[in-house]
Design a protein around this ligand. Structure first.
Ligand code: UDP
Ligand code: MG
Length: 307
């Protein structure tokens, strides 16, 4: 059985369409399935729509969070709930073309444990957004070795991979990168991002920026190594300057002016502050992880097979 996991946040108008389109495609290809909607603390009628769908079709299940915990939490709740021998994560707004599911399923049948759908175009995204995403993925690749260019959360995972992800103890997850990090036999399928069927995107620039920073720091200690590198460069500079100053001093000329001293002080001061900031950021991550709070809190669930 294939478990379809759909994270949904204020998707009231999309739930029914998504359920209908996806079920039809799967039925036509005679793929046995269940659909797990995770309502990520929506403030609209998302949960009511999920309940209605679950009441009419017992293959449809729902999990409702007590508040908005973010897409990551919603995906992981779905993975925990999924009972299939493979699980597919797909967006509720049908921006991930569901027509691709049968092909992804076939690849899974052929023995691929991770079927990774990659964006071949970025759809109708702004130029700033595109540049931002490109830079972010470059940074991730050079620092962590994971190639995430074009990666999305649209993936089909074998039970083994789902179990491996479920067993991860960390709180601050990044699904897209974690599913690459776990390894396994991977196939890639390109897709074109579709326009949203209804509603609007839940991501603000601020949210995305925070997400990017926390993903980079969650995967690599590269920013901290950058500090060491800066330190080494400064040290080499210090040696040259030191020798220069000493030679001049011994030759009877003292080094000129305050300007040098002030400039050096300012420069070193900023670098130290920056370094402290980076350490502080990692420290706050450690603090968050060490509290061992759950990734999400489930308020209620609906599963007509269990009643
Ligand atoms: N989503 C979620 N929690 C959030 C934000 C988004 O579960 O806090 C879901 C949303 O309902 C959708 C998917 O994540 O199914 C992708 O969100 P969206 O379409 O807003 O992002 P975009 O496609 O613009 O990247
Ligand atoms: Mg979307």
């Amino acid at each position: 059985m294939l478990s379809v996991i759909i994270p949904s946040y204020n998707e009231g108008e999309n739930i029914k369409i998504a359920a209908k389109v996806i079920s039809e495609i799967l039925e036509n290809n005679s793929i046995e399935f269940e659909i797990v909607f995770t309502d990520d603390g929506s403030s609209d009628n998302t949960w009511e729509t999920i309940e209605q769908a679950a009441n009419t079709d017992n293959r449809i299940k729902g999990v409702k969070f007590s508040r908005n915990f973010g897409k990551e939490g919603a995906i992981f709740a779905g993975l925990a709930k999924a009972q299939g021998s493979c699980a597919l994560v797909i967006d509720c707004d049908l921006q991930h073309p569901p027509e691709l599911i049968p092909r992804m399923y076939d690849l899974w049948k052929q023995g691929y444990e991770v079927v990774d759908a990659r964006k071949s175009g970025r759809g109708k995204e702004g130029i700033i957004y595109k540049t931002f995403a490109k830079t972010f993925y470059k940074l991730m690749k050079s620092s962590s070795g994971l190639n995430l260019d074009g990666a999305s959360d649209f993936k089909l995972l074998d039970r083994k991979v789902v179990d491996a992800l479920n067993a991860m103890p960390e709180r601050l997850t990044f699904f897209r990168a974690l599913s690459a990090w776990v390894g396994f036999k991977t196939a890639q399928v390109p897709f074109e991002v579709q326009p949203r069927v209804g509603g609007k995107t839940k991501w603000s620039f601020k949210k995305l920026f925070k997400f990017a920073i926390s993903s980079v720091t969650g995967f690599t200690a590269f920013p901290m190594q950058l500090m060491t590198a800066t330190g080494i460069i400064f040290f080499l500079f210090a040696v040259v300057m030191g020798i220069h100053t000493l030679v001049r001093f011994l030759g009877g000329h003292s080094a000129e002016g305050f300007t040098t001293v002030i400039l050096l002080l300012l420069l070193i001061g900023s670098f130290i502050m920056l370094g402290l900031g980076i350490i502080g950021y990692y420290l706050s991550k450690i603090y968050e992880e060490i509290k061992f709070r759950p990734r999400y809190i489930i308020e209620k669930e609906i599963d007509k097979n269990e009643d």
